[in-house]
Ligand binder design. Structure first.
Ligand SMILES: [Zn+2]
Length: 337
């Protein structure tokens, strides 16, 4: 089998605009020192909750390992390797991730990685393979990776990312140096986010993002890019409450992989309604949600928070969305009868 491409190997443009986060400094220093002393293990496993910055760290560290002239524990940003990383075309950097958030990583992908890494580095330096989330490898993929880790190709570093260490094969765990990431002190997070946003915006994003840097950052910077816009979520509510469509039909109208984002968008919308009611701003386009009382909105938000937690525990997303939409109808009629 000589596949030229694999849909789970993705090109990432990494130009240094996402630098290491300030609280990651100690980890960077420790690993970079080991690297300079040629003591860096060939496999690292970055562990910690989702959205604490492991992926950004993995990419920045990969860039540093590939750079031909790193300075102060960071990639120089100017050498040929750095330019290739910025263009997303570095031939010696394999970035393995599922096509959509919940898909598994397949054994074919790991075999593809293996054949690519057996070749000499095309840029003459190191080769780096970032795999995440590593717990999404199925058993065959994990076993194939284990074989590679047991006899690693020369000049190659693996950076595995995992939100659930308990789901990683113990034999893989034992082959990696574990690096733990935790939720940063909230003061430090506020300071980091605050460089380009007002204190009130930062506070709101941190509360809504549950103190997780990745979430809070996205809420402040990429709101348009992720999730659905306000009007499409509103129209879901409208057709549900006006009995134009059933909860089942509406839940089925989203892609399964899209549901975590849909849920986030729902939460942002309800949160916005709660806030505008608190400040008595009101809405200039009254809709089903604006007719809900503050108590009803609070109850709805509590349901969404629970749903979000259940979804994180790998519940069936479609059934979850269906029951959530049914709860919305119940709450609506309870408070508007
Ligand atoms: Zn460089």
């Amino acid at each position: 089998m000589s596949a030229l491409a694999n849909e789970q190997i993705v090109s990432i443009r990494c130009d240094g605009s996402e630098a290491f986060m300030p609280w990651q400094k100690a980890i960077v220093e420790q690993l970079a020192t080991a690297y300079q002393a040629q003591r860096l293990p060939h496999a690292l496993l970055l562990l910690g909750p989702q959205f604490v910055g492991k992926t950004v760290f993995a990419r920045e560290f990969a860039r540093m390992l590939l750079c031909s002239a790193p300075q102060d524990d960071q990639a120089c940003g100017q050498c040929k390797s750095c330019l290739l990383c910025a263009a997303g075309t570095h031939p010696d950097w394999l970035n393995v991730q599922p096509e959509t958030p919940r898909k598994i990583l397949k054994v074919d992908t790991i075999r593809f990685v293996q054949s690519r890494l057996q070749q000499t580095a095309q840029q003459g330096g190191k080769k780096v393979c970032v795999i995440g989330p590593a717990e999404q490898m199925n058993e065959n993929a994990a076993n194939a990776l284990l074989k590679i880790l047991e006899e690693p190709p020369s000049d190659t570093y693996f950076i595995l990312i995992s939100h659930h260490a308990g789901k990683i094969l113990p034999t893989i765990l034992s082959r990696c140096q574990r690096v733990s990431f935790v939720v940063p002190p909230q003061e430090q997070l506020a300071q980091w986010l605050g460089s380009s946003h007002s204190a009130a915006e930062v506070e709101a994003a941190m509360a809504q993002g549950r103190g997780l840097p990745g979430r809070a950052y996205d809420l402040l910077n990429n709101e348009q890019a992720s999730g659905l816009d306000r009007s499409s979520i509103e129209s879901v509510f409208e057709s549900l409450l006006a009995n134009k469509k059933t909860a089942q039909e509406l839940a089925g109208s989203f892609e399964t992989e899209q549901l975590p984002e849909v849920l986030d968008s729902f939460m942002r919308l309800i949160n916005g309604c709660i806030k505008s009611k608190q400040s008595d701003v009101g809405s200039n386009r009254p809709n089903a949600l604006d007719r809900l009382s503050q108590a009803a909105l609070q109850k709805l938000y509590a349901h969404l928070t629970t749903a979000k937690r259940v979804l994180d525990q790998n519940a069936n997303p479609r059934l979850l969305m269906e029951s959530l939409l049914l709860q919305c109808v119940v709450i609506y009629h309870e408070f508007n009868s």
